[in-house]
Design a protein around this ligand. Structure first.
Ligand code: ATP
Ligand code: MG
Length: 562
């Protein structure tokens, strides 16, 4: 009972089908991206569903590239899609391409024509759209609707031979121009595309199937049992079923090894939308092409590679999908929840280090000697997670904001006149004064330390009201730190009127130089850290030992209200 309650509605359907022996208990899903852009976090919701169902019910999930529009698709995208899915930790069974079925689909189209179920229309796309009618008014039949079968065959073959110009003719299913479901009003099955070669089949094909005449058929050829997709396809489902009816069940003509009783079933769940970003490949492509972001993997992008570069982990992304769940109701998810899940993950795993963003020099006037090495725990109180070495010496970088020349008694950090402050993981100091330049800007802070106050010794237990971060000057490394924020300034850029590009957040990236601990010299791309008091950061892919670059994954503060 407990178990059952937590099933999502798709899992409930699958369990019912299994109980009833539908499709002989076989479970096969597919993830069907169109290779016309990079995967985004919306796709990951579908990936977690498709692969998750297969994993949970001992089935298989295949990867199928829905490559039926050569004008937009490319091999570059195929490769990144495979890489991203693997990075997320999912394993597909087979890799298929809709283009593998171009011959079968063409043969099916010929069969439809011969059965009087399809015709070649010579009208323009605009004319066809105008004749569609409205949900309450029937459409108008094309003047070509009753063309003789022989003529349809001859013209369709001429289309495929490249004898007809792109846009001049289409093949339409002859179904019902008055059907209340607009998708039944003689949908287009095939169009001519001769202006772009296909990334796999080159110029072999001059006609390409439309989504509705390719997707269900591909599912059927492969033996998919549960064809899971997003809600906008719900209105396509009757057409999906109609096409499959024409060659399965009593009309079975051997196109599937699973026999006449086998049927794929389409099921729909709600899309993922997240605040302060866009979830459309078309818009993302525009941002990339126009240089409004640094690329598909810009850490502000909601793409899988962007999230990775931002410092998101597969675990956090998959946790996020578990939390939001699957329903039949469209909605908008707070970006704060996504940040919350990565924070929860990194909190447990990311080593803590000091990074000083707005440095001012601190001189410890009574510190004699060349310096020393301090052993600090990666995560306080978790010795098992390792330690690191911090160089300590007479001159340190501290945050400018941690010193005030004149402070009231509510300021617990450094100020001349007595207050004791602990330097993180090391000694207690007291400020004694400061030096300024001609403009009045503080250039050096002076302090004395208590040699008997070192953390980890008996004197280290002495409490102070404040602890401040520091990095020793001689060993400090300069690092470029990229402070990322939301890509858009408004909650739902897709709902606003006008150009979505005008809604970009002008402060989505600030670059600063920070002084960081020498222990970071060996940090590698994709290493995660918490910069104490600053946030979570990841080493950028372009980072080198002599030019460290860190990206801010998220701040420390959690604004997400549960
Ligand atoms: P876009 O609108 O960004 O171009 P798409 O739906 O055209 O996306 P496809 O490559 O066709 O992209 O999508 C592959 C699969 O991912 C489909 O099953 C689709 O339903 C699913 N998918 C796409 N966007 C989302 C989303 N925001 N939330 C959940 N699933 C999604
Ligand atoms: Mg699509």
């Amino acid at each position: 009972m407990e178990e059952e309650k937590s099933l999502n509605f798709i899992e409930q359907i699958v369990e019912k089908d299994l109980a009833e022996g539908v499709n002989n208990g076989r479970i096969q899903t597919r993830f069907p991206p169109e290779p016309n852009g990079y995967l985004h976090i919306g796709h990951v919701k579908a990936i977690c569903m498709d692969f998750g169902i297969a994993e949970k019910y001992n089935g298989v999930c295949n990867l199928r590239f829905d490559d039926t529009n050569p004008a937009k698709e490319d091999t570059e995208y195929v490769e990144t899609i495979e890489r991203d899915i693997a990075w997320l930790g999912f394993k597909w069974g087979q890799i298929y391409y809709a283009s593998d079925y171009f011959q079968q689909l063409y043969d099916l189209a010929i069969m439809f024509i011969k059965q009087g179920k399809a015709y070649v229309d010579e009208q323009t796309a605009e004319q066809i759209a105008e004749q569609k009618g409205t949900p309450t008014e029937p459409g108008v039949a094309s003047p070509y609707r009753d063309r003789p079968i022989e003529e349809n065959l001859r013209l369709f073959e001429a289309m495929q031979r490249g004898e007809i110009e792109e846009g001049k003719m289409v093949l339409r299913a002859k179904i019902d121009m008055a059907n209340p479901n607009m998708h039944f009003r003689d949908p287009i099955m095939y169009r001519i595309i001769t202006s772009h070669p296909h990334h796999r089949t080159g110029t072999k094909w001059k006609v390409y199937p439309m989504y509705d005449f390719a997707h269900g058929q591909s599912d059927y050829f492969e033996g998919v049992t549960h064809s899971i997709c997003t809600l906008e396809f719900e209105v396509h489902r009757p057409l999906y079923d109609y096409f499959i009816d024409q060659f399965s069940g009593p009309n079975f003509c051997g196109l599937s090894p699973y026999g006449p009783d086998y049927r794929p079933k389409q099921r729909e769940f709600n899309r993922l939308n997240i605040t302060y970003t866009v979830m459309s490949k078309r818009k993302m492509l525009q941002l990339v092409k126009e240089g409004l972001v640094a690329g598909w993997d810009d850490p502000r992008m909601p793409t899988v590679c962007g999230l990775r570069r931002r410092g998101y982990t597969p675990k956090a992304i998959r946790d996020f999908m578990d939390r939001i769940g699957y329903t039949k109701v469209e909605g908008m998810i707070d970006q704060g929840l996504l940040e919350h899940t990565i924070r929860e993950d990194l909190k447990e795993t990311a080593p803590r280090v000091c990074a000083i963003f707005d440095p001012v020099k601190l001189v410890i006037t009574n510190y004699e000697g060349a310096g020393e090495t301090i052993i600090a725990e990666n995560i306080d109180g978790h010795e098992e997670l390792g330690t690191r070495e911090m160089k300590f010496g007479r001159e340190l970088w501290i945050e400018r904001g941690d010193f005030l020349e004149e402070a009231d008694n509510k300021f617990y950090r450094l100020s001349p006149g007595g207050r004791e402050v602990r330097l993180k993981a090391s000694y207690i100091i007291q400020a004694t004064g400061c030096e300024k330049d001609a403009s009045g800007k503080i250039t050096t802070v002076y302090a004395t330390y208590d040699p008997d106050s070192k953390s980890g010794t008996e004197g280290g237990n002495r409490k102070t009201k404040a602890t401040i971060n520091w990095v020793e000057c001689n060993s400090a490394l300069d690092a470029e730190v990229r402070l990322y924020d939301r890509l858009f300034a408004v909650e739902n850029p897709s709902a606003e009127e006008g150009d979505f590009r005008d809604l970009l957040n002008p402060d989505s990236l600030k670059v600063v130089t920070a002084k960081v601990e020498s222990s970071l010299a060996t940090a590698k791309p994709q290493d995660h850290f918490q910069f104490l008091k600053q946030g979570y950061f990841v080493v950028d892919d372009d980072s080198k030992a002599d030019k460290l670059i860190f990206n801010r994954t998220c701040s420390l503060k959690d604004n997400y209200l549960k």
